[in-house]
Design a protein around this ligand. Sequence first.
Ligand SMILES: [Zn+2]
Length: 97
Amino acid sequence: MATDYDAPRKTEDDSESIEALKERVPDKMSGSVDVEDSDNPSGFELPGADLSDLELDVVVLPPQEDEFTCMNCFLVKHRSQIDHEDGPGFICVECAA
Ligand SMILES: [Zn+2]
């Protein structure tokens, strides 16, 4: 009698857990794959291109003819902001003040 009651319960439990697993596994896998797929390409391409562009802009940017780089604060300013010449460069009005 005991085995009779146990047998149906086991099969019921098994089928239930299997169904639950079948429902959960595809959900988890599709979710994780989606996140990784959308994350990796954009994560690698966008910041890389953006950073190289920004670095080139900053490094290449030369002072224009009417601009100078202050020897004290290293900011590029308009020549009207020159307070005085200091050796190879200039000191801006703000730093000389
Ligand atoms: Zn300065």
